[in-house]
Design a protein around this ligand. Structure first.
Ligand code: ADP
Length: 420
């Protein structure tokens, strides 16, 4: 690693991070480790970055802090080394993590099963439970366990907290979380709707409630739809502070059309491809998760490319967009009925926050249902929470930037403090 001029002060503290508590948030994927160091009370991000291509030929990583960009390239065979790369990046940037007043390490864990309804202080038992839940999330939980093991080795004296993507949705009503699958098989193999992106759905629905409450609205029974549209995408119906339904299921494959995932599809596709194409279960799993969705439909999964291609007359991109929006509208309609009416729709995540065309197409022609967008407000590229519906729209439509890292940091701090 290269060593630029130190940027910390004489005591080795982060620039601008004197004595306030910080939380290190880790999001371990199968081949990546995202990290963020932040002050969850002042809501200030001190540094963030990613280690990529873990276990592949040549790893790469970078850390960003203000104007500083600290790169790294080299072998990263596993998450243990990835964690060392992270601490090395901080050191090279003149910021010792050991000196950064880290009071908790928050780990994003995709699958917490039915058991983990709230964030958990990680001990050996919790760690083993997360590993055991890998059967339900083979693409996600094993990586989280590797990240947890590596971080606990490096920071043995700091509390580690697991924040589960599924926790918010453990409160789903029974009829929403139960599949119409043979009950004995479902029970034996723990098959039910767990949902995902729960940290984001909870955070965004709380932001919407807080905004409306500050305007004097009684939000105890507020009927919300949250559309988290990132590379992975999910919708939820929330009443008051309770989820009534969500589109992701046993795994994050179900529901909306996504960057590379099919979303809802006839389960018989597995049998058909197995019998007709001789594909193995793993091959079909990879096809449905990694090379379908927008990527499979038009060869692109970044909406910057897709919208540019549509403007240039690309018919495959246009069809992919229509398929994407068709699915979204189906969910908006069905959740409005599930909720028995609708007060708010919030768009969030990379696409929800940045692609006005998706928001417009999703909600156009719904005036009869009290949904009227303000085209100018929708087209404006602003940061922060903003309303994009017209003043006379019965349903308030908002863009609400999500911040999963902040939510994880805040929950981790709370758990770490109450464990003392
Ligand atoms: P994830 O966390 O699932 O990777 P994000 O919420 O970061 O997803 O969203 C990533 C996606 O958001 C990108 O693939 C791209 O399609 C879209 N996106 C992000 N920024 C923009 C932008 N400025 N304009 C258009 N699309 C964007």
């Amino acid at each position: 690693m290269t060593s630029p001029a130190p940027r910390s002060d004489a005591a080795g503290r982060l620039p601008g991070v004197p004595d306030a508590a910080t939380v290190l948030v880790l999001n371990s994927g199968s081949s990546s480790l995202k990290f963020q160091l932040l002050d969850p009370v002042a809501e200030v991000v001190h540094a963030s970055g990613i280690v990529e291509r873990i276990g592949q030929d040549r790893g790469q990583a970078h850390l960003e802090a203000g104007d500083l960009r600290q790169p790294y390239a080299g072998e990263v065979p596993d998450h243990k080394v990835a964690m060392e790369v992270v601490t090395g990046l901080f050191e090279d940037a003149g910021m010792s993590l050991q000196e950064a007043n880290v009071v908790a390490v928050g780990h994003r864990v995709v699958q917490g099963g039915a058991r983990f309804t709230s964030p958990q202080l990680v001990d050996s038992w919790v760690r083993d439970q997360i590993a055991d839940l890998g059967a339900l999330a083979p693409l996600h939980n094993p990586a989280a366990v590797q990240g947890i093991d590596a971080a606990r080795r490096l920071f043995p004296d700091i509390p580690h907290v697991a924040v589960f993507d599924t926790a918010f949705f453990t409160a789903l009503p029974e009829e929403a979380r139960t599949y119409a699958l043979n009950a004995q098989v479902a029970s034996e193999y723990r098959i039910r709707r767990y949902g995902a992106h729960g940290t984001s759905h909870r955070y965004v629905s709380e932001q919407v409630s807080a905004l409306l409450a500050s305007e004097g609205t009684d939000v105890s029974d507020l009927r919300q739809i949250v559309l988290h549209l990132g590379n992975g995408a999910s919708a939820s119906a929330v009443r008051g502070d309770a989820p009534l339904d969500t589109s992701m299921g046993l795994t994050p494959l179900e529901g909306l059309v996504m960057g590379t995932r099919t979303g809802d599809i006839d389960a018989s596709v597995y049998a058909h491809l197995s019998r007709s194409a001789g594909m193995s279960i793993d091959e079909i799993d990879t096809l449905l998760n990694k090379s379908s969705g927008m990527q499979g439909l038009c060869g692109m999964n970044d909406f910057r490319d897709i919208t540019a291609a549509i403007r240039a007359g690309d018919e495959r991109a246009e069809l992919a967009m229509r398929v994407y929006v068709h699915r979204l509208r189906k969910y908006v309609g069905s959740y409005a009925f599930t909720l028995g009416g609708l007060d708010t729709i919030a768009f969030t995540a990379g696409i929800g926050e940045n692609v006005p065309e998706v928001r417009e197409r999703t909600l156009e022609g719904l005036e009869a249902f009290g949904i009227v967008l303000d085209p100018e407000a929708n087209a404006r590229r602003e940061k922060g929470v903003r309303t994009i519906s017209a003043p006379d729209s019965a349903v308030r439509v908002l863009v609400v930037p999500t911040d999963e890292e902040l939510a994880i940091a805040q929950q981790s701090l709370e758990v770490a403090r109450s464990a003392r």
